[in-house]
Design a binder for this molecule. Structure first.
Ligand code: NAD
Length: 335
């Protein structure tokens, strides 16, 4: 049977990207909805065939423990709510998929991991790019040394953010562009390098007179140093459009632009003095369905997901070091 997902939080990402993707899943289906808005429960309940008994408010959420239709709880709420709902879901005996960034602090990430472990249930973070075919191909090119030894990674992620939303309220978001979109630069640097950084240096530029940036940062430029000597130069921005990376090796480079967008990825590879645009097979499930099916199979076959809670924690620890480097204006060791 297909693994049943409860979707918690019926906002933009849940309703426009994740819920439609279940139509392309082989192993996952929507069986429950959780929302504070009765109209949304009625609308999406009808649209996705979720019966009344499987529609929950935040107040009745814990009763999900008694619902055998639900195997996985997928938390798609503002970041500050991730820990509470992930931990409540683990305590209800459910497996948890949680959106990125995992939580405002590494301490909360650790609590989420501990709750899942105590319940004997799995925890995965919604790092969809790991299931996106061009990204998978780029990782493979780096790993097989098709472009030689990696010398440098450059990556930039950003967008001009609209005012008046939870992302701009530090209490709800845990931080600014770095938490929300810079995390894609951080993830890309780490998955292309296939290693963990040992040191980070970060510089911030934020116009504090701009009302959007009263409590959160805009631009962060950060450099990750890897054990091999490889450096990754990364950009995070809430005021300019970027979605790209390039991994440069001793014998060529691979570039994606857009790199981590919802769709439309394009790849260029430079090798032997020639630049090509390899044809990547995208006939299979897209990154959204791929992510949902992956966790469903991990639950069914009792396997560890490729992006477990520990992977979310690693990013939050590095982001904490990035913030520290920004504040203290010095390199911070990640040893
Ligand atoms: P959103 O604002 O559109 O949705 C948030 C939902 O939470 C809304 O339905 C809102 O009603 C509900 N909510 C409940 N309590 C709330 C409260 N106190 N304050 C504000 N909202 C409250 O946001 P979104 O863009 O859908 O983001 C939700 C999560 O998904 C975030 O963690 C975000 O980082 C993540 N996300 C991931 C991706 C991705 O590509 N992986 C893309 C977008 C968002």
């Amino acid at each position: 049977r297909k693994i049943g997902y409860a979707i918690v939080g019926l906002g933009n990402y849940a309703t426009n990207q994740i819920m439609p993707a279940f139509a392309n899943c082989k192993d996952a289906r929507i069986t429950a909805l959780v929302s504070g808005t009765p109209e949304k429960l009625a609308k999406y309940g009808a649209q996705y065939g979720v019966p009344d008994k499987n529609r929950y408010s935040y107040a009745t959420f814990d009763r999900i423990a008694d619902n055998p239709d639900v195997d996985v709880v997928y938390v798609i709420l503002p970041v500050a709510m991730h820990p509470e709902y992930s931990i409540r879901a683990s305590r209800a005996g459910k497996h948890v998929m949680c959106e990125k960034p995992m939580a405002p602090t590494s301490r909360e990430c650790e609590a989420m991991i501990a709750a899942a472990a105590k319940a004997g249930r799995k925890l995965m973070i919604g790092y969809r790019s790991r299931f996106q075919p061009h990204n998978v191909a780029a990782i493979d090119l780096c790993r097989t040394k098709a472009i030689g030894d990696l010398r440098m990674i450059r990556t930039a992620h950003g967008f001009p953010i609209q005012p008046n939303q939870w992302r701009l309220d530090r209490k709800m978001s845990g931080g600014g562009s770095m938490m929300d979109i810079g995390i894609y630069s951080l993830q890309a640097a780490r998955y292309l390098a296939g290693a963990e950084p040992v040191e980070v240096t970060a510089v911030e530029s934020t116009d504090r007179r701009d009302p959007r940036f009263a409590t959160v940062e805009d631009r962060v430029d950060f450099t990750l140093r890897f054990p091999s000597g490889l450096l990754a130069s990364c950009i995070s921005s809430y005021n300019s459009n970027h979605n790209e990376y390039r991994a440069i090796g001793s014998e060529g480079w691979v570039e994606l632009e857009p790199a981590t967008a919802y769709r439309g990825q394009a790849m260029r590879v430079r090798k032997g003095g020639e630049t090509s645009t390899p044809n990547i097979d995208t006939s299979g499930p897209d990154q959204f369905a791929g992510q949902l099916d992956h966790f469903a199979r991990c639950v069914r076959d009792n396997r560890m997901p490729i992006v477990p809670g520990e992977e979310g924690l690693r990013d939050i620890r590095i982001i904490e070091a990035i913030y520290r480097s920004m504040r203290e204006k010095r390199a911070v060791s990640l040893a």
